[in-house]
Design a protein around this ligand. Sequence first.
Ligand code: SAM
Ligand code: SF4
Length: 474
Amino acid sequence: MRFSPEKLKIPDQRMKPFIDPEEIWSFINSTKPDKQRVRDVIAKSLDKHRLSMEETAVLVNSVGTDLFDEIRHGAKELKDKVYGNRIVLFAPLYVGNKCTNNCQYCGFRVSNRDAIRKTLTDDELIKEVEALEDNGQKRLILVYGEHPDYSPEYIAHSVKTVYGVKKGHGEIRRVNINAAPLDIEGFRIVGESGIGTYQIFQETYNPEAYKWYHLGGKKRDFEYRLTALDRAQEAGIDDVGIGALFGLYDWRYEVLGLLRHTNHLEACYNVGPHTISFPRIKDALSLNIDGKYQTSDEDFKKLVPILRLAVPYTGLILTAREAPDVRKDVMQYGVSQIDGGTKLELGSYSDSQNEVQNLNREQFKISDARSLAEVIDELLTNDYLPSFCTSCYRMGRTGEHFMEFSVPGFIKRFCTPNAILTLSEYICDYATDEVAEKGWKAVEKNLQKLESGVMQNTKDKIERIKKGERDLYF
Ligand code: SAM
Ligand code: SF4
């Protein structure tokens, strides 16, 4: 059905900006880290309830006190009890870096005359996807600058192209998007191409600060960006991802901003964001940020457990912007997805010569340039269960993080067996002998967590995978 504006009945409050800086600051300024209160707040989260703004502010204000250890423990307990040891893997794929905006933190901004601009041709895109498949990737996020060339039709075309690439046992089973905000019709066009999550980061939830950093182009409009995912919902995309770019403004404010955005989506659409991202600013071509709000490693390691407790049923994404040691540390507090084998330069997955980052060609500098195999090796060593599962999305079970969290037994019936099956595929098709040995041990160990019926069914499927069948899931 074509979009017709007159049929649109969007209640006013959905399109009104829902961020009030005074309100956010009043929560931060009026709460105190009282011991009993902190414990009650942690208990509420462990009891599987999303925290309120005021409760989250209590946690934020506990930073720097002895109580913070209890917050960390709480987040770890929540992760261990609810989500277990699975970590879902994905890779970003930059499709085009032309951009008409002027974001002061980004190497792709229009004023960066030294940036080398490129948009992958269909053939180049296919080569990139083949190279990613050869590494064992199954889930991608496609990334675009904001430019008239990257119309909704173009984005939809690139999504379909990616899904169409099959090499050996390789295929991409879930394509997420990180691109500019669209109008409702635009979101509908992209949604119909079969995307997973549409991700847009607000960058900063403070409208004043937002103005300092966004000096030109459509992205200057704070409210248009803030209400983007409302338009996505109106267009039928209910799987959306939010994020803030830490380092632009006070991190405590941004944590509450993310929570306010979550409240808003839940209140209006009965479904919160599927994922929350918390990237930190990294070096980029002509980075123009004064560093006043730089989020230190120490603060970063605090904000992740707070976010975990504040939004216990939302996926948390941690990227290769962070160094391996930071990733390893914060992963214990409830991260659900990480990227592995990440390369940002356009065309670099298929160009094996290209190992060194060149900031004239890339959005920013990453701190974890390890291959997917190395990342998986480390996950296995640290007793995580790497997963490439895409089952819920393909079975139409949207809101899987919510289900994992709220439906008793869901993880044991679906997530763990599907993680085991996708890891088994990875081992058969892509792993070195050493990783394979660790991987099969992890498979064996995690099978023991399943009830006998599911365990037997999973074992039967593993045997079929060993004989060459693929894409078996629950
Ligand atoms: N152009 C689209 C947009 O701005 O929404 C797509 C996003 S951009 C290619 C992906 C995200 O990277 C941005 O939303 C921003 O949060 C993040 N980013 C930009 N510059 C960065 C930097 N120097 N360090 C870390 N992350 C950065
Ligand atoms: Fe363009 Fe996005 Fe970079 Fe801003 S963050 S300059 S919109 S690519």
